[in-house]
Design a protein around this ligand. Structure first.
Ligand SMILES: [Zn+2]
Ligand SMILES: [Zn+2]
Length: 177
């Protein structure tokens, strides 16, 4: 069998997996997914959501009680454990070393997650969407300059996105429904 045209690259493949993880998120404001990878092997996955025992944003219908529009929650601290933190916690729970691994995230890591990523020994970050610019930028840039971590923005080619969509949007014959 020949290789299909537009076969996703490894970076695209892991970004697609991170996007898959994101669909499990229960946050209304933003669904984020993360995948920790080493030697082209998936070590752990994560998505953002509230700590165990707290109501999911999707269940209560909002992220914050006093905000109807979750977009406004951009100015509030996230009530969720972020996707990267959940992926690192999952690796820790299962005793999986993350030294020199890479992490693929659908959204650029916030400063807290970036610090956690560095301390977990993860040396490369690949992200799709830029996070809003904050005054954390100089500190983030300092981490990069000091060689603690690398950050690279990546995206899916339209061919790879179409291929992923075609896998998901498999037509179900109406007689089977
Ligand atoms: Zn939320
Ligand atoms: Zn974060």
């Amino acid at each position: 069998m020949s290789i299909p045209k537009g076969r996703p690259s490894w970076d695209e493949y892991f970004l697609i997996l991170a996007k898959l993880a994101a669909i499990r998120s229960t946050c209304i404001a933003r669904q984020v997914g993360a995948v920790i990878v080493k030697d082209r092997q998936v070590l752990a996955t994560g998505y953002n959501g509230p700590p165990s025992g707290l109501a999911h944003c999707t269940d209560q219908g909002y992220c914050y009680p006093d905000l109807l529009d979750c977009e406004q929650s951009d100015t509030k601290p996230s009530r969720a454990i972020h996707a990267e933190a959940n992926a690192i916690a999952q690796a820790a729970r299962h005793g999986i070393p993350t030294e020199n691994a890479s992490i693929y995230v659908t959204l650029e890591p916030c400063l807290s997650c970036l610090k956690l990523i560095i301390s977990a020994g993860i040396s490369q970050v690949y992200y799709e969407t830029n996070f809003r610019k904050t005054n954390n930028q100089p500190l983030r840039d300092d981490f990069i300059t000091q060689g603690l971590v690398t950050l690279k923005q990546i995206s899916l080619s339209s061919e790879s996105a179409a291929m992923a969509a075609s896998v998901f949007l498999v037509a179900i014959p109406s007689s089977d429904v």
